[in-house]
Design a protein around this ligand. Structure first.
Ligand SMILES: Cc1cc2nc3c(=O)[nH]c(=O)nc-3n(C[C@H](O)[C@H](O)[C@H](O)COP(=O)(O)OP(=O)(O)OC[C@H]3O[C@@H](n4cnc5c(N)ncnc54)[C@H](O)[C@@H]3O)c2cc1C
Length: 425
């Protein structure tokens, strides 16, 4: 690829890049999508083997293409999700070039657009859309030193229990990834400790409808900012085993030892905050609040959905909750692995500084950055709660494509009188 000029460069061909390409194609805007790996690479190589989509197939998809071989109320396996995006890209004949990494995007000094360095040479692009993912670089908090003698890995490099050395496992983080991974490792016959922080846990289904439906009709996917005080609260939900409500008490009864938030480590011992009961109670409260809103919605609209009072019954707390462990001597407990399901951060250092704030985070409004010509798509909360999810990114990409089209229209403006004068001269 040598110094060619393109109208729009989309960086990354995950769901965000594919959605962007679909909307640009629809508007007749010339573009290229560069992907350093394969289409939907993160679904293939940065997620565990048994992962299925967190949302049912009728919901977690783009308009215009269904999962033809997955029950609409079922949960597509992660390879099937990746195949779906390949299928979609083929359907729209998306100009994706795989195996090319974008290394840097700089001002094209004295000329419009940006000079883009890639692993396959340089090009010039008038507009650049960063679609490199909401979850890019694994975050492992600096708690346990690297030379502590236990294996430490992040949920993005976990594949299956067989990959781990013999012995027990401490899983830190009880969002969707942590709970599913802890459950899978426990089922493989290992000793498992699960460190549980603040979380929301919606019911998988209530009164015959999946929680994604309830969040939709209650307007919760459209919230524009996280509720105050809950900015960092993770959501524990799972499609595993046909989809069940995440229930910490039953995880405790299955033999997983639940512990509070992981605080620190000294001389081989990890210490936990005494907040396990509080975190579980807050998760219960979030579930009950959603049930209340769902019931009110049913009543207001006179819907004929079956009552489900048992959704409010939580059962007895297991001993690990009533008498929580506050420290764990890893060696004495036979724990050989600490698995961090503690989230991700982003790296946009390859973009011009004007597109970023002082902390290096995207400086943008609904994906339109402060640097004219640079856009984002697929950011968490880009415009609403649904933004980083499959169905949400579709709508944000449409908005960003509109903004690019507006700029192309401005750029093509010619003053008719001046043009006529020029022609007469
Ligand atoms: C464990 C897990 C489960 C999830 N399950 C669901 C779910 O069930 N339903 C749902 O709606 N959402 C789910 N999500 C959230 C979200 O849908 C995914 O994170 C999804 O992968 C985001 O898609 P994306 O296209 O925005 O980013 P990504 O999938 O991260 O794609 C970004 C792409 O950019 C490429 N790239 C990065 N840097 C460069 C570069 N410099 N040059 C070229 N290419 C580059 C990467 O290789 C990658 O292919 C899940 C997230 C996780 C972590």
């Amino acid at each position: 690829m040598s110094s060619q000029e393109i109208e729009v460069l989309v960086v990354g061909a995950g769901q965000a890049g594919v959605a962007m390409s679909a909307h640009l194609t629809e508007r007749g805007i010339r573009h290229v999508v560069l992907e350093r790996g394969r289409i939907a690479e993160r679904w293939r190589s940065e997620r565990w083997d048994s992962l299925v989509a967190n949302g049912p197939a009728w919901h977690d998809r783009f308009p215009g293409l269904e999962f033809d071989d997955v029950d609409p109320d079922g949960f597509a396996p992660k390879e099937r999700v990746a195949d779906y995006f390949v299928e979609y890209a083929e359907m729209i004949e998306s100009p994706i070039r795989a195996g090319i990494e974008v290394l840097s995007v700089k001002h094209n000094e004295g000329s419009p657009g940006f000079l883009v360095e890639t692993t396959d040479g340089a090009l010039v692009a008038r507009h650049v859309v960063a679609a490199t993912g909401p979850f890019q670089k694994p975050v492992i908090p600096a708690v346990i030193p690297a030379d502590s003698g236990v294996l430490q890995l992040h949920s993005s490099t976990y594949r299956n229990p067989e990959q781990l050395p013999d012995g027990g496992v401490l899983v830190v983080g009880a969002g969707s990834s942590g709970v599913q991974i802890a459950d899978e490792i426990r089922r493989s016959g290992r000793e498992v400790y699960l460190s549980v922080g603040r979380h929301d846990r919606p019911p998988r289904r209530y009164r015959g409808r999946d929680f994604v439906w309830w969040l939709g009709v209650l307007g919760k996917w459209n919230m524009s900012t996280p509720p105050q005080g809950a900015e960092h609260v993770t959501i524990a939900v799972s499609g595993a085993g046909g989809g069940k409500t995440v229930d910490f008490r039953s995880l405790g009864r299955s033999g997983i030892t639940l512990v509070g938030r992981t605080n620190d480590y000294r001389d081989g011992t990890v210490r936990f905050a005494p907040d396990l009961g509080q975190n579980i109670a807050a998760g219960d409260a979030s579930l009950l609040a959603l049930l209340d809103e769902a019931d009110a919605y049913v009543e207001r609209n006179g819907l004929d959905l079956p009552d489900e009072p048992e959704a409010r019954a939580f059962g007895a707390d297991p001993v690990c909750v009533t008498d929580p462990l506050l420290e764990l001597d890893l060696k004495a407990a036979g724990v050989e692995t600490v698995l961090w399901a503690t989230g991700f951060r982003a790296d946009y250092s390859w973009l011009p500084g004007g597109a970023l704030d002082a902390e290096g985070r995207p400086a943008h409004q609904r994906g339109v950055s402060a640097e004219p010509g640079v856009y984002f798509v697929g950011l968490p909360w880009q415009s609403r709660r649904g933004s980083s999810f499959i169905w949400g990114v579709w709508h944000d990409a449409s908005y960003v494509a509109d903004q690019i089209q507006i700029q192309i229209t401005y750029a093509s403006y010619e003053n008719a009188a001046l043009a006529a004068e020029g022609a007469a001269r």
